[in-house]
Design a protein around this ligand. Structure first.
Ligand code: DC
Length: 335
């Protein structure tokens, strides 16, 4: 048996609106999960306390769910909760990996119910993603997954082995023997390559461009994405990267796309590297960042781009605290 969740909001408490919304929600759940109607054993609905005009279970009967058992209940009101929201839980006969469906801004999360949440933060280098993702994860007491570290580890292995990162064939061969593990120590991510902690080494400037290059290859991406999905499936986490909201987790609960001017992004990277003791040429770094953006945005598979439903935050003139506040406020508005 599988349990599939779904929710939708309605524009107003009106019989026709409820019938239409319930019909649409159930149809989407069926089609996105490849379900036949006869496989749905029962559906439990709950609606927020501002919905009175119609019984969602009745709307489901009318939408053609004739033989399954149906039930509707009303939720108690909570402060700051979603308005005019109908939630559904479907119990289906077959075993499958469920695709939960949230329509019209109805997210799975109720403020008073602890659930697994996945937050996607995408954007170009130096946009502030990792700082914000880390802080957000700390504040929410959930995991932070730096997906860029995985591509960096792959690039590091190639560079150390003298493999040409421009050769997809050689990188594919190398991939077969790659042992990459993401571990956590006191909440901090440790990237372990062939049994060795390479968390610091992968930050070296020479690794950045090489990581962008190896991340173009389909076999590399598929291997990394599989690991990322496996982690996100199991636990609440904030993931930062280039394709989290568009490709890795298109159903993420919250999506943000952070950006900033190339000048500001280069300055941030410059300060970071100088603080670590590297001697860097600012203009060269700026140029590299622009080239990396171009490569990441124009690759064939899962390029860097803003997901249609991601919130855009330009961090050029904002402090970390201001970005964090904006992100949290946006999340609050959607709960
Ligand atoms: O975020 P970062 O600078 O550590 O990422 C290094 C490179 O890895 C980046 O230029 C492109 C690639 N990358 C990717 O393709 N997809 C991700 N989800 C994360 C990083």
């Amino acid at each position: 048996m599988t349990v599939i969740r779904g929710a939708t909001t309605i524009a107003q408490d009106d019989k026709e609106e409820i019938r239409k919304a319930v019909g649409e929600l159930l149809e989407q759940i069926e089609s996105r999960n490849g379900l036949a109607r006869s496989e749905v054993m029962s559906i439990v609905f709950s609606s927020t306390s501002d919905i009175h005009s119609y019984y969602p279970a009745k709307a489901a009967r009318e939408a053609g769910f004739e033989s399954c058992s149906l039930f509707s209940a009303q939720e108690p009101e909570i402060d700051g909760g979603l308005k005019l929201c109908i939630r559904a839980m479907l119990f289906v006969e077959k075993n499958l990996t469920p695709t939960h469906v949230y329509l019209r801004g109805a997210k799975s999360l109720r403020k008073d119910i602890a659930q697994k949440i996945n937050i996607a933060i995408d954007g170009p280098a130096g946009s502030g993603k990792s700082t914000i993702a880390k802080r957000l994860a700390e504040d929410l007491h959930i995991l932070y997954l730096d997906t860029g570290a995985m591509y960096r580890a792959c690039a590091l292995k190639a560079l150390d082995a003298g493999i040409d990162v421009e050769s997809e064939e050689q990188i594919c061969d190398m991939l077969r023997g790659l042992s990459l593990n993401i571990e956590y120590e006191n909440g901090a991510q440790k990237t372990v390559l062939d049994g060795k902690d390479v968390s610091e080494e992968i930050r070296r400037p020479r690794v950045s461009m090489a990581a962008s290059t190896v991340s173009k290859y389909r076999s590399v991406r598929l291997k990394m994405v599989e690991k990322q999905r496996e982690i996100a499936q199991k636990m609440s986490c904030v993931l930062d990267g280039r394709d989290i909201g568009t490709f890795v987790l298109p159903e993420a609960d919250f999506k943000f796309y952070l950006t900033a001017s190339p000048e500001v992004r280069a300055k941030r990277r410059y300060d970071e590297l100088v603080a670590k003791g590297y001697s860097v040429d600012f203009d060269a770094l700026r140029e590299e960042i622009v080239r990396r953006d171009e490569q990441d945005m124009n690759r064939e598979i899962a390029p860097l781009k803003q997901a249609d439903d991601a919130v855009l935050v330009d961090t050029s003139d904002l402090t970390v605290e201001e970005v964090l506040k904006t992100v949290k406020r946006k999340m609050q508005e959607r709960i």
